[in-house]
Design a binder for this molecule. Structure first.
Ligand code: ZN
Length: 58
């Protein structure tokens, strides 16, 4: 599954697609040649953290 990021270069801000194997590595933007780090995990929150849901609150 490819990883899509936005180029951190404020003068570029183009979507950059990197391969899954590029996680944790430095890739270069194909448009402005700006090197940046591919995050190792997607920026999604983990729902399986708190199992105590207060559903019975009146
Ligand atoms: Zn760029």
């Amino acid at each position: 599954m490819p990883v899509t990021m936005i180029c951190p270069n404020l003068g570029c801000r183009r979507p950059v697609v990197a391969s899954e194997s590029a996680r944790g590595k430095i890739v270069r933007c194909a448009y402005c040649n700006q090197p940046f780090l591919v995050p190792t995990k997607p920026p999604t929150k983990e729902p399986a953290n708190d199992s105590k849901t207060k559903k019975n609150a009146r």
